[in-house]
Design a binder for this molecule. Structure first.
Ligand SMILES: [Zn+2]
Length: 332
């Protein structure tokens, strides 16, 4: 989850008309009754090596808190890579720190808090640290889309976060020497993680996700995979997409089951359901509660993803060209 679409979602949810059968013409009612094709069930092979790419701390749990548990339960390994610390969220910092005009120091402190929450959330899945790991890349929250073109290479100064005032990750978080807030640096760090961990399954947001950081995450992962395959031509991986931000989905629907977002097709595979056991759902809810700063700011949003299943799809094509000729994803 990220901050920029928060107000938009609130506005959209507020505008959702109540379902009133008397206001619906018969043709529309019939159309609504048309059964959708049931999504296929996603199966998880034993000993899966799962890499979850999360633009912000909490996205991994919203999208795949159940799937991560299943991978660990069936002898697999999970690694989560957080692209940003989720620190570019003025309303969140204001609420958490009780300050009207947060400083760069406040934003950095908020990022550290979200990292602590992420570690606690992963621990709440109930598996020892030998079974899972995580990496914080600490790229700029709210700035990833600008890195797909304008701030791609050393031809110009690195992007500087308007929140933390940083233009590079903290030293402790840098994987590739001299990494700064540039697109090619993010691609290189992701390629290094993929090349070393060799996941058999990667989860990454769909490019249709309406949050700019989520959309950009797709392009960076696809670009990194191209780099990895250049060095390891035989490397194969199952690439799955998840989505967190799409209009008012899934808040119009109060059922326990998570249904696909209206108007969004399920990619090359069609939508795939991943059903959670009652225990997995309970554990996912407990892990989401560890994101206390986000619970304070938008508990209703986190609750929207604590359902009896998760949803994924496979992309039709993974070929991308970066740097792009335009700032991908920025107009969202
Ligand atoms: Zn997010």
């Amino acid at each position: 989850m990220g901050s920029r679409v928060f107000a938009t979602i609130l506005a959209i949810v507020g505008c959702v008309p109540s379902l009133d059968a008397h206001a619906t013409v018969p043709g529309q009612r019939a159309a609504r009754r048309q059964p959708r094709p049931a999504p296929a069930i996603l199966e998880v092979p034993e000993a899966t090596r799962l890499l979850v790419v999360a633009p912000h701390p909490d996205d991994e749990m919203l999208a795949a808190g159940g799937l991560m548990q299943r991978v660990l339960e069936t002898g697999g390994t999970v690694r989560v890579v957080y692209l940003t610390d989720g620190d570019g969220y003025p309303e969140g910092v204001q609420a958490e720190d009780h300050v009207r005009a947060p400083t760069a120091s406040d934003y950095r402190g908020y990022g550290r808090q979200r990292r602590r929450e992420a570690r606690a959330a992963l621990a709440a899945l109930g598996f020892g640290p030998s079974r899972y790991s995580y990496t914080f890349l600490s790229f700029p929250d709210g700035g990833l889309c600008r890195l797909t073109r304008t701030y791609w290479s050393e031809r110009r100064a690195a992007y500087r976060s308007p929140y933390t005032r940083l233009d590079r990750p903290p030293k402790a978080e840098i994987l590739v020497p001299d990494t700064e807030y540039r697109g090619e640096d993010l691609t290189q760090e992701l390629a290094q993680i993929i090349g070393e961990f060799r996941p058999t399954l990667i989860l990454v947001p769909r490019q249709e996700d309406q949050h700019a950081d989520h959309c950009a995450a797709w392009f960076f992962v696809a670009d990194a995979l191209t780099d990895v395959r250049r060095v390891h031509p035989d490397y194969g991986v199952d690439l799955l997409n998840y989505i967190v931000h799409f209009n008012a989905w899934p808040f119009e629907d109060e059922e326990l089951r998570l249904v696909p977002p209206p108007g969004l097709r399920g990619g090359a595979s069609g939508w795939m359901r991943f059903p959670l056991t009652p225990t997995e759902l309970k554990t996912k809810r407990g892990a989401l509660r560890r994101y206390q700063s986000q619970q304070h700011a938008m508990d209703w949003f986190l609750d929207g993803f604590a359902r009896s299943n998760e949803l994924f799809s496979r992309p039709a094509d993974t070929r991308v060209v970066l740097p792009s000729r335009r700032n991908l994803c920025c107009d969202r």
